[in-house]
Design a protein around this ligand. Structure first.
Ligand SMILES: [Zn+2]
Length: 126
């Protein structure tokens, strides 16, 4: 079928044209395009903002949980090895890395939970 608004040929099972025309309601809605961040949802560009926001918030909660655990583990290792400072140089490097990484994950998680928006700046891949 083709879109009555812009005449674009669209698949028969499409619910909405790229121009924003909604076939179910026969009204022009906001286009799905340009709203969702394609990279954050695996290349899909027909995902509504609310779904993206929910996915990002869920990811944020995971980031906070994982980041918190890594951060806590880093602090714990540092605390445990503190007494053995003269011998434990290598362990310090690992613990500090975990603390930094965990803190970054936590921060990114909080940002994502607050905003519901994918943030490239904080997007450190695990
Ligand atoms: Zn159209």
């Amino acid at each position: 079928m083709d879109c009555p608004k812009c005449r674009l040929i669209v698949p028969p099972d499409a619910e909405r044209c790229d121009c924003g025309y909604d076939f179910a309601t026969r009204t022009v809605q906001g286009s799905y395009l340009n709203h969702a961040d394609p990279e954050s949802v695996g290349g899909a560009h027909t995902v509504p903002d609310e779904i993206v926001a929910e996915l990002v918030r869920a990811q944020g909660r995971r980031d906070v949980t994982v980041g918190g655990l890594i951060f806590a583990a880093g602090v714990l290792v540092t605390a445990v090895t503190y007494g053995a400072a003269s011998q434990g140089g290598g362990q310090y490097v690992i613990a500090h890395g975990a603390i930094l990484f965990g803190a970054l994950q936590l921060l990114r998680g909080f940002v994502r939970m607050r905003t519901g928006r994918p943030s490239q700046f904080w997007d450190v891949k695990l």
